[in-house]
Design a protein around this ligand. Structure first.
Ligand code: SIN
Length: 278
């Protein structure tokens, strides 16, 4: 197996390995190390069933049930992310870290491409640890101890349900019983495995700093969100059928680019259980 970084900021492709073939302990350890070091890893030309995707996901953590979309019949931890030729909106089309509104947000996500557009539909990733490192000592000090409120309803008028209902192809899989979630988390979190500090605010879900109004918080939250996605902290992944990405939500954000109107994109997604950010 070969590991090839795709940018100076984060992300590496892992080549010459079939992830559905029963990985040895040493291959598993190499892949897990590459995941922690590169924050998002990619594989090409894989053939996964929902079951084998779920088995592969277990080398990183425990698959979770995503509350807003019904999963597949036999593998409820796998949700289908579909945009058809007639859909205008996509899923995940703004910068975020998955389920940051939950008390224990998803630690990672495993995304597998089944159908991809001829062009477009890439996913952007940002390294939130590099973004933290680049801050001045003064701003790092100011952020120390600050907490932020993250809400599943932020950014969608009428909440997540209204947002999902705009996705034509997927509105049938929306779970109308899903509750709204709101959690406060440290603005600077420490990765439980690498010990690295990273910024944990995002444009899709962070509403305000704890103990402050939205109005008072807006300026700095926007500044931090803009800072995190500076080009030098990002990478871009171009999907093909059979591509797989595994990202670490504790040290990254991502954005699914919605630039393939009139084309179809179908993915299988698994989120992994996380712990309380500290
Ligand atoms: C997501 O936000 O999990 C979706 C990412 C993608 O479809 O590229």
């Amino acid at each position: 197996m070969r590991i090839r970084p795709i940018s100076g900021a984060l992300g590496a492709e892992i080549l010459d390995i079939s992830i559905s073939d029963g990985l040895t302990n040493s291959e598993t350890a190499t892949i897990r190390d590459a995941f922690l070091e590169n924050k998002v890893i990619f594989f090409r030309e894989q053939k996964l069933t929902p079951k084998s995707q779920s088995e592969f996901a277990r080398i990183f953590g425990e698959p979770d049930i995503y509350p807003f979309i019904r999963g597949l019949e036999d593998t409820p931890e796998v949700t289908e992310i579909l945009k058809t030729e007639t859909d205008a909106k996509n899923f995940g089309g703004s910068w975020h870290s998955d389920t940051s509104y939950m008390p224990e947000p998803a630690m990672g996500t495993v995304l597998y491409a089944l159908e991809t557009p001829e062009f477009g539909g890439d996913t952007l990733f940002a390294n939130t640890a590099a973004a933290y490192d680049a801050l001045s000592v003064g701003l790092k000090k100011a952020l120390d101890g600050l907490r932020a409120i993250n809400s599943s309803d932020h950014g969608y008028k009428g909440g997540r349900a209204a947002g999902m209902a705009r996705l034509d192809a997927m509105k049938g899989t929306f779970n109308p019983a899903a509750q709204s979630y709101e959690s406060d988390h440290p603005v600077v979190r420490t990765h439980p495995e690498t010990g690295l500090k990273s910024l944990f605010v995002n444009r899709s879900h962070t509403v305000r700093f704890k103990g402050m109004t939205e109005d008072e918080s807006r300026g700095l939250i926007h500044w931090l969100c803009d800072h995190i996605i500076r080009p030098e902290f990002t990478c871009r992944f171009q999907w093909q059928p059979g591509s797989v990405a595994v990202w670490d939500n504790r040290a990254t954000q991502h954005h699914a680019v919605n630039d393939y109107q009139g084309q179809r994109r179908r993915m299988h997604r698994i989120t992994l259980k996380g712990d309380k950010p500290n």
